[in-house]
Ligand binder design. Structure first.
Ligand SMILES: Cc1ncc(COP(=O)(O)O)c(C=O)c1O
Length: 488
């Protein structure tokens, strides 16, 4: 702010502090001072404008109350409102807590707008084959549950979940029902764990590349994120990172990993658990894809191999049934389940009972198992179609990927130095979407990688989507070797 341009009038009738506050608001509105920038200190304003310290303090209090600035110990008065935000009568941006400003990913907003656009074939979001959802059976069981258990459906439910549901999950996992917490999706589990275990500044070790939802959650609680490439599973590197950063926890998706599709071996799992035990490191095993294996039996869960009670396991029905059910669970030692249950209660009281009752019946009747078999073979088929089309319609050096043994994703490397964000803009123009690699790294790597989800779309559309994708990528090949691409 140019202080010499601030003129205050003693004869104007408006108190001096209001005039000073208005001058700063106008400067913020004009964009002369940006969010994060410091306003002049009280001492400097007193000296330069010849006003009292009380006038300056009151002006800054006024700006703070209206959400234009925040006061930070050791840094002074910092602008936090955006210029555009000040057009409205109240600067909401300035009221938003620092934690909530730590993450804002435009890619996710873009994704949700794409998913409702019928002209775009989307390989972006990781969703189940909803065309194969057992709707008829689901409706029948739901109707029967309403008929027989209406009271249970509509009354307040227990935060930890209905015993009926927890028993069904506990049987499937070979643990005691007291170790199970029902969740409104496994995403909620990551959030609860982050809020329960992480203080701002704590280090968190996590897969890089890895699940973007987890990256955002840990960023939001102020963790220092340390990436480890679990797909390559270099255990010496992992130990170095543990020693160097003393992380509070390790978050990983060891089976049919998102986004790479890789699975770590039984041997590596044992090694991981041994390191975790040696350094007293809790492990979050996020396991949404385990059931979606194509003709192989995945290695045992970290939870089942753990003898030290260090693992918190997360499961979900989002990738086998549908994300819209918002139903998942957590399995962990009772002591930590109790803490997490308290935090969940503060957040959403409890997970919808109807969903728990219906899904528990699917589990116990064997319908779920049958449905999972159908999904396994269908996802395997969809992967084959996608890989075949990628190979058929583009030269191998344009986009490369390896087949996976389960899950939902192909992780692809782009040739010719093509930037995935640029490729996404081009792809959207021809009606196809994917996720650029960058969003899977906490530190902005992944410029030449992208993730394709093969499960969500029936084969004829996969064929058309891949045709559009390779058309978009081929158009970018001519910029090969150039540092920057034209803005598309
Ligand atoms: C590794 C991982 N964890 C959690 C989730 C979120 O699942 P849910 O729908 O159960 O919240 C996803 C979804 O893509 C995921 O890939």
């Amino acid at each position: 702010v140019n202080i010499s341009q601030i003129t205050l009038s003693h004869i104007q009738g408006t108190p001096l502090y209001k005039q000073l506050a208005a001058a700063f608001m106008a400067a913020i509105e004009r964009g002369e001072v940006q969010p994060g920038e410091q306003l002049p200190s009280e001492r400097v304003l007193v000296q330069r404008l010849g006003i009292s310290r009380t006038t300056v303090v009151t002006a800054y209090q006024e700006l703070e109350a209206q959400g234009f600035v925040c006061r930070q110990v050791g840094r002074g008065t910092i602008v936090c409102a955006q210029a555009r935000d000040t057009q409205t009568s109240f600067a909401w941006q300035g009221k938003v807590a620092r934690g909530a400003l730590r993450t804002s990913d435009p890619t996710l907003r873009l994704l949700s707008s794409i998913s409702s656009d019928p002209t775009v074939i989307s390989f972006a979001a990781g969703i189940a084959a909803l065309d194969l959802f057992p709707a008829q059976l689901f409706q029948e069981i739901t109707a029967r549950t309403w008929r027989d258990q209406a009271k249970l459906i509509i009354e307040l439910g227990p935060t930890e979940g209905l015993l009926f549901f927890r028993q069904a999950i506990a049987t499937m996992m070979g643990v005691h029902p007291s170790q199970i917490l029902a969740l409104s999706g496994s995403q909620q589990g990551i959030d609860l764990i982050a809020r329960c275990l992480i203080d701002p500044g704590d280090s968190v070790l996590l897969d890089a590349p890895g699940y973007l939802g987890a990256i955002q959650i840990f960023q939001a609680v102020g963790a220092h994120l340390v990436g480890w490439d679990s797909a390559h599973a270099d255990m010496n590197e992992l130990e170095d990172l543990i020693v160097r950063y003393r992380p509070k926890l390790l978050y990983t998706t060891p089976t049919f990993h998102n986004p790479t599709g890789r699975t770590i071996s039984r041997q590596t799992r044992l090694h991981l658990l041994e390191l975790a035990a040696r350094y007293h490191l809790p492990i979050i095993e996020d396991d949404p894809y385990r059931d979606l294996a194509f003709n192989i039996k995945p290695p045992p869960t970290l939870l089942s191999l753990d003898t030290q009670r260090l693992v918190i396991y997360l499961g979900t029905f989002s990738k086998t049934l549908a994300s819209g059910l918002r139903l998942g669970w957590l399995a962990a030692p009772e002591a930590i389940v109790n803490h997490l249950t308290l935090i969940k209660g503060r957040s959403d009281l409890f997970t919808t009972s109807l969903q728990q009752l219906v899904v528990a019946q699917l589990l116990m009747s064997g319908i779920y198992k049958q449905h999972v078999h159908t999904m396994q073979s269908e996802y395997a088929k969809r992967q084959t179609v996608m890989l075949r089309e990628l190979r058929r319609s583009s030269p191998s050096d344009l986009i490369r990927s390896c087949p996976v043994q389960g899950g939902l994703y192909l992780w692809c490397q782009l040739g010719y130095g093509i930037d995935a964000q640029v490729a996404l803009q081009k792809a959207l123009q021809v009606g196809v979407a994917f996720l650029p690699g960058e969003v899977f790294y906490p530190d902005g790597r992944g410029h030449h990688e992208l993730r394709l989800c093969f499960s969500a779309i029936p084969p004829p559309q996969i064929i058309e989507g891949v045709r559009r994708l390779t058309q978009a990528l081929s158009g970018l090949r001519s910029y090969a070797g150039q540092e920057r691409y034209p803005i598309l």
